[in-house]
Design a protein around this ligand. Structure first.
Ligand SMILES: *Cc1c(COP(=O)(O)O)cnc(C)c1O
Length: 473
């Protein structure tokens, strides 16, 4: 056997065959790659990914929602390179280092007020599990060990390890493993697509909050926490909901003594128009919720309503936190929760660790990411980009086969009315032929582009998507 030298030029076909033989790809039926080939990527630059045949693809989904500032951003690369020359890794039990301290302090500054303690892991599912464990252990340390159940929203997604699956309500990911999971309950999702005819997103969200209240009334004695994806349920197909639900969830969790976990793994880091989605909760309930407005037109980052935001008991971050460079996740929590673990006994401490907890390279990537937010005034820049996108997307939003057009911050989504069998994979393949990386969820097409996308690139994204929708509808 001849081993391939690493400096030998690669090509698409060759790498594809080798990958299918040796690599088991995630979220895939491997046999489908016979008809819808894998795409070997050689390099990335800005919003573009390039294969070995010099074809390019606009990464309209930020590589599974992680890449905030495009591929190979020089500032993030430089920070990691600098850190490589100092310290690549050290265990975080019994040791500390400057990047992890700095990052924790800066996140504390940025996050909703009161979240002063950062616990690290390497991926989103682990962050979910940390929040669940911490919540239940808090109640145990506080003399209420019976509070160990959780609730989530219908169609929720919080990761795919066994513990995270117990609060994930996506049948495709959960059904095969149901017997391995300690099943938890789900309450109605405020996803406005489910509103009754003529009912506004706000009124529907309030109705869902009433259902939450009924559940809490009956079960609060056994409940440790309620976990939500604030404003946008990503894996559910970018289901969007009115921010009043955040305020009601916070109020009700306080009233019934249940923790609120905000899973901002996908929506944090500026994606919804504010640094964290929780910031968009209104200060008070509107005295007269408008019965017929605020559906897809809902401008999440807009002016008008006074927003105080809410502070969850646990805030989970991952995905974009390193700009899409290295795996890192963090769970932030309040001092009162931290104090419930503080004592002489090892067993009352929080017993959880990962080998790469707080990895210095990943922390430096995260610090560089935060620097870019500040230096480039990213949130303001994104407001302009979102306005531009909404303007040019009119033909798409008004297309005869497009339903439920919606936008929150830098996320756009819509359903395509189609009789196409296997829409998602057909659309994916057709998009590649149009230089786009789209990854529909069912018949939902969504855009979640890197924040550095230019107006020209947005023009291309919209016009090519229009072409694809025309072909598939
Ligand atoms: C992606 C995601 C997770 C899981 O993160 P992984 O790093 O894939 O384990 C959890 N919650 C939400 C909301 C996500 O979007």
């Amino acid at each position: 056997m001849i081993l391939r030298m690493s400096n030998q030029p690669e090509n698409n076909a060759n790498l594809l065959v080798r990958s299918l033989s040796a690599v088991w790809h995630p979220c895939s039926q491997m046999k489908h790659y016979e008809n819808f080939p894998l795409l070997p990527i050689a390099r990335g630059s800005g919003v573009w990914l390039y294969d070995y045949d010099k074809k390019r693809y606009l990464d309209a989904v930020s590589s599974w929602w992680v890449n905030l500032f495009g591929h190979c951003d020089p500032r993030i690369s430089a920070a990691i390179t600098d850190q490589l020359g100092k310290l690549e890794h050290v265990m975080l039990a019994g040791f500390t280092h400057e990047p992890v301290v700095q990052l924790s302090e800066r996140l504390r500054e940025l996050a909703p007020k009161g979240l002063g303690h950062c616990f690290y892991a390497s991926d989103g599912a682990s962050a979910t599990e940390i929040a669940l464990k911490m919540s239940a252990h808090y109640w145990r340390n506080s003399g209420k060990p019976e509070k160990m159940q959780f609730i989530s929203l219908e169609n929720s997604y919080h990761g795919e390890t066994l513990g995270a699956l117990s609060v994930t309500d996506v049948a495709l990911f959960r059904d095969a493993y149901g017997a391995l999971i300690r099943q938890q309950s789900a309450v109605p999702s405020p996803d406005w697509r489910k509103a009754a005819a003529g009912e506004s997103a706000e009124v529907y969200a309030l109705r869902c909050a009433d259902a939450l209240e009924q559940h809490l009334q009956r079960h609060h004695a056994q409940l440790a926490a309620f976990i939500i994806e604030p404003l946008v349920q990503g894996a559910a197909g970018m289901a969007m909901y009115h921010p009043v639900y955040l305020l009601r969830a916070r109020q009700l969790c306080d009233e019934y003594g249940v923790h609120l976990i905000a899973d901002e793994i996908a929506v944090g880091m500026g994606r919804t128009g504010t640094m964290f989605a929780c910031e968009q909760a209104p200060a008070t309930l509107s005295p007269d919720p408008s019965p017929a407005s605020g559906r897809g037109e809902h401008d999440s980052a807009g002016e008008g309503i006074k927003k105080n935001g809410i502070t969850p008991d646990f805030l989970c971050l991952s995905k974009g936190i390193t700009g899409g460079y290295l795996p890192l996740s963090v769970v932030m929590t309040r001092d009162e929760i931290y104090q419930a673990f503080y004592g002489d006994e090892m067993t009352s401490g929080f017993l959880h660790s990962h080998s790469y907890t707080g990895n210095p390279l990943a922390c430096r990537a995260a610090l560089a990411t935060l620097d870019i937010f500040a230096q480039d005034n990213v949130l303001a820049m994104n407001r302009n980009k979102a306005a531009y996108m909404n303007e040019i997307a009119t033909p798409l939003r008004e297309h005869r086969s497009v339903r439920n057009w919606r936008n929150t911050g830098m996320i756009w989504a819509f359903e395509v009315e189609t009789s196409q069998h296997d829409f998602a994979r057909r659309c994916f393949a057709l998009a590649l032929g149009n230089e786009l990386l789209l990854r529909p969820i069912g018949n939902t097409i969504y855009f979640m582009p890197p924040y550095i996308i230019s107006e020209l690139e947005m023009d291309l994204l919209v016009s090519r998507t229009l072409r694809i929708v025309n072909q598939l509808s």
